[in-house]
Design a protein around this ligand. Structure first.
Ligand SMILES: [Zn+2]
Length: 442
């Protein structure tokens, strides 16, 4: 026997022994008893359901009377609660903390805070989201914290810190004169909260850089300053040209990713639609023609009511009038879009207001402005999943979806505010919070 053959035989024997010792064990099985199940897609809740979870995936959902719970499964008894898919906030800023203007507002974060401080606070933001039942976030840019969101996402995925699934957009893009910091002496160079571009070639390059460094979405600011216009409308300053946006959209779509456009009104909003953006963020003052174009193009609307109720200037100032106009125009636009059948995903802009405040307050605004409670729930589950190209994987309780599951006491269809009290959170098959259910082994 040659030395090679001896070696080969030894290696083979060793690998055989290894495979015998490490035979693949089946993943842990859990069974959730759901008193009421709102699955995220169906319009009608179902009573007395059992959700069988293998590892991090939902394997089966069935009537409690018909299901066989496997021996050894961990049973989580939520038979007195309402069970829903993990919620999705499609517009967040984990690197913002809703800074009080009196404490220096937005600028101190970029001028005075070390990135490590901002990253440490972002770990608290993502934990806060998960505690409230939001198991997925589309985070809409880091506000001068560069690619910090990619790092936070990696830390969550590696299990170092608890947090939701993150879809990140890194630095975002605007034009010269199109983003803070501003108001400083022209002789001083100050950092900007976004990547500034002028021209289609730099625009494409910025998108390439951001995609290369891990952006799941590209975020573009298509309007910046806003004020009450001459005829009482909400006016806003346009930023990128259609050509600049087209370069970004073309590049991003080539990577199989999507473009989210912050757009309030007027010319900038029109350019966002003509440039082929995938989602309009805020969309405060949509015209009938804008709405028709969104329906035709399949453009998503991500309204964000909650943030506009914070830090309003006094009513007798131009800023204060602008702040109030934003709220009234937003309601009118939303009602119009809803009626016309525009695709709507739940978003809050949390970070623009403090993470200590409830994220779920957005639901109450959506219902107040015309959505049914079930529509509002679906906007934060299956609809938002569709926006994220994750239909069937998140935002739904069905076989083949990730086991992202939350629960509340009471009936959120009767009282949407109940979603502000999520008492059970499971993400990826792991229980993160449980104030509701008895747990035991079958
Ligand atoms: Zn935002």
């Amino acid at each position: 026997m040659s030395r090679w053959l001896v070696l080969l035989t030894a290696v083979f024997a060793a690998s055989l022994g290894w495979s015998q010792k490490e035979a693949p064990s089946s993943p842990p099985v859990a069974a959730i008893r759901a008193g009421v199940l709102i699955d995220g897609e169906s319009n009608a809740p179902r009573r007395n359901q059992v959700i069988i979870i293998r590892g991090n995936m939902i394997a089966e959902v069935a009537d409690a009377s018909a299901v066989h719970i496997p021996a050894g499964a961990e049973v989580i008894d939520l038979s007195q609660a309402t069970v829903l898919p993990g919620l999705i906030d499609a517009h967040t800023h984990i690197f913002l903390q809703g800074e009080e203007p009196s404490q220096g507002g937005y600028d101190v974060q970029l001028l005075k805070q070390p990135l490590a401080l901002r990253a440490a606070r972002a770990t608290v933001s993502v934990r806060r989201a998960l505690e409230q039942g939001f198991t997925t976030l589309r985070d809409m840019e880091t506000e001068g914290a560069g690619y910090g969101d990619v790092g936070i996402k990696e830390a969550i995925e590696a299990g170092y810190i608890p947090g939701p699934r993150l879809f990140v957009s890194t630095r975002a893009i605007s034009t010269t004169g199109g983003y803070p910091l501003e108001g400083y002496s022209p002789e001083i160079e100050v950092p900007k909260g976004v990547q500034i571009i002028d021209g289609p070639v730099p625009a494409r390059k910025a998108a390439r850089e951001q995609l290369d460094h891990g952006a799941d979405w590209i975020k573009v600011y298509m309007t910046h300053r806003s004020w009450v216009g001459k005829n009482g409308d909400l006016a806003s300053q346009p930023t990128l040209t259609v050509e600049e946006l087209r370069a970004i959209v073309d590049e991003t779509h080539g990577w199989g990713k999507k473009v989210a456009c912050h757009a309030y009104s007027g010319e900038g909003l029109q350019r966002a639609l003509d440039g082929g953006c995938d989602s309009i963020e805020h969309g405060l003052a949509l015209t009938d023609a804008n709405v028709a174009q969104m329906v035709k193009q399949g453009t998503w609307l991500c309204p964000t009511f909650t943030v506009y109720y914070y830090d309003n200037s006094p009513a007798d100032t131009p800023e204060g009038q602008r702040d109030r106009k934003r709220i009234s125009a937003h309601e009118e636009s939303f009602r119009k879009a809803l009626k016309a059948g525009v695709k709507i995903a739940f978003g809050t802009d949390v970070g623009g207001f403090p993470w200590t405040e409830p994220i779920a307050q957005e639901f109450a605004h959506m219902v107040e402005f015309g959505m049914s409670p079930m529509q509002a729930i679906q906007s934060a589950t299956s609809r938002a999943a569709d926006l994220l190209d994750m239909k069937g994987k998140i935002g739904v309780i069905a076989p083949g979806a990730y086991a992202d599951v939350v629960a509340v006491w009471g009936d959120p269809v009767a009282n949407i505010k109940i979603l502000g009290n999520v008492g059970f959170v499971m993400k990826d098959g792991k229980v993160f919070k449980n104030e509701l259910g008895q747990r035991g082994n079958r």
